[in-house]
Design a protein around this ligand. Structure first.
Ligand code: ADP
Length: 459
């Protein structure tokens, strides 16, 4: 990754440098050309006005040549050199394309490469106006060694390489720093995933950013906490079932041991056998309940259009004797003729579990234990509410109550006797609701009571 970044930076900078240097060189050549054309025209004017005073003209040309740092030749119309600021070509005939162009009245310039030298050569015509007519009486040729421009470009190139190297180094350092920082949360997350796969459920990765990676870490942390909670519930579940099974088994064992001591009368035998029978029934109930709850996960709904009002009436009728036995008063209000698509048996089981809990978790310290069950129609939704004034549930534990095996053990005792349960009832309720695609919400306050609300689409 780092190599790719470096290459990208290097290539970008090289392309930028090449374009910069070429632009710089072109602009230098253009400026020099303009400046030399100006000098050539000044020389042409000086020569034109002082043809009779050649000594003065030569002096002037020498001075212009020094200023421009170039060779200046003045040739006549026969291409013979009249003035050369370096004196080498005086009297010689010069024949090159620039002179030929200028003797035809045109200015021209060319860049020549000679061995390792570059020379800019340009010429302008010397035009005299006599009696209203233009006459070409010669040409001015200037040769300029481009070494100076070349030096400037080379210097700029060196500077750019220096700046580029420093820039490249700094950007590499920044890239290393940034990529290290960027990948740190991902590395932490990888460690987290490894921990989870090693069984360390509940492992939390520290999240410092609010970007996409931060969100991913938050999601991971939620998943980790949920897994840890599920695992805790599973243990509790197994624990409570083992406990529930162990109690009747121990009783049966003790009863059988007592019986085997012999010398008991028939009535004692009958009484002991009755006790053994009750304990066996208790175990059978538990095993049946477990099997039923496990089967529910696999079961397929038998959905039909049903009259929900009717279903509720049937359950309430069934549960009232049980509520009476537990001194709980059931209050039932029901909108008529609410038709919904559902599995009747499953809905009955769901409502039964909710009502059973409302009765089971009544608050013995209250003067009157009340359970309200109501069915109302709200637009296209039927709202089923089961409310009680029982012991209530701690708000912090509400998130867990639908998990299989979860039980809120504190504050739920009828006097001294513990309320029987395996933490399955609400898991079954939730499973039935999810299978129907409905929605359940719960509000509860400790020592005040609980409200379970189920929204069911009508029709
Ligand atoms: P359980 O077999 O323990 O009743 P549930 O799954 O039916 O299992 O309920 C889970 C836990 O939620 C219960 O142990 C109880 O603490 C709490 N709970 C459920 N319904 C009520 C209620 N109406 N009032 C108070 N607590 C409740």
């Amino acid at each position: 990754m780092l190599i790719i970044y470096s290459l990208i930076i290097l290539l970008t900078f090289s392309a930028f440098s090449i374009i910069m240097l070429s632009n710089y060189k072109n602009s230098q050549v253009r400026n020099t050309e303009i400046r030399l054309f100006q000098t050539a025209n000044i020389v042409a004017d000086t020569y034109k006005g002082n043809r009779d005073e050649m000594i003065f003209t030569r002096m002037m040309v020498r001075s212009y040549g020094m200023q421009a740092n170039a060779r200046i030749l003045v040739v006549d119309s026969n291409r013979e050199v009249l003035i050369d600021n370096y004196n080498d070509y005086i009297g010689n005939k010069i024949d090159n394309i620039e002179i030929r162009n200028s003797l035809e009245g045109k200015s021209s310039s060319n860049l020549y490469k000679l061995e390792n030298k570059e020379v800019l050569q340009l010429s302008v015509p010397v035009i005299l106006n006599e009696f209203g007519e233009d006459k070409i009486i010669g040409a001015i040729l200037i040769s300029y060694d481009m070494a100076l421009i070349k030096d400037n470009v080379a210097q700029l190139q060196k500077d750019m390489i220096k700046i580029g190297s420093i820039g490249l180094l700094m950007s590499l350092l920044l890239t290393i720093f940034a990529s290290h920082n960027l990948t740190k949360p991902l590395r932490d997350l990888t460690i987290g995933v490894e921990k989870i796969s090693e069984g360390e459920l509940g492992y939390i990765v520290e999240s410092k950013t609010k970007d996409e990676v931060g969100k991913l870490i938050d999601t991971f942390n939620n998943m980790s906490s949920t897994l840890s909670r599920i695992e805790k519930n599973r243990r509790n579940y197994i624990n409570s079932i083992s406990h529930e099974l162990k109690t009747p088994l121990t009783s049966i064992k003790v009863l059988i041991e007592s019986l085997s001591l012999g010398n008991r009368d028939v009535d004692t035998y009958k009484e002991y056998l009755q006790d053994i029978h009750e304990e066996t029934e208790r175990m059978e109930r538990l095993v049946n309940y477990l099997m039923k709850s496990l089967k529910l996960e696999e079961s397929v709904l038998n959905v039909r259009e049903e009259d929900l009002s009717q279903i509720l009436k049937e359950i309430v009728k069934l549960i009232i004797p049980y509520a009476d036995r537990n001194q709980v008063c059931i209050n039932f209000t029901c909108a008529e003729n609410i038709k919904v698509k559902c599995d009747k048996d499953k809905v009955k089981e769901m409502v039964f579990n909710l009502l059973d809990n409302s009765i089971k978790y009544k608050d013995p310290s209250k003067e009157k234990s009340l359970v309200y069950i109501s069915l109302e129609k709200r637009n296209s939704v039927a709202l089923l509410t089961v409310e009680d004034n029982g012991v209530g549930i701690d708000e912090k534990k509400l998130d867990d109550i639908f998990n299989r095996g979860f039980r809120v053990l504190e504050g739920q005792s009828h006097g001294d006797s513990k309320v029987e349960g395996y933490g399955i009832g609400l898991a079954v309720v939730k499973s039935i609701i999810d299978k129907h695609g409905w929605n359940i919400s719960v509000k509860s306050t400790l020592n005040e009571g609980s409200i379970f609300k189920i929204q069911i689409p009508i029709g």
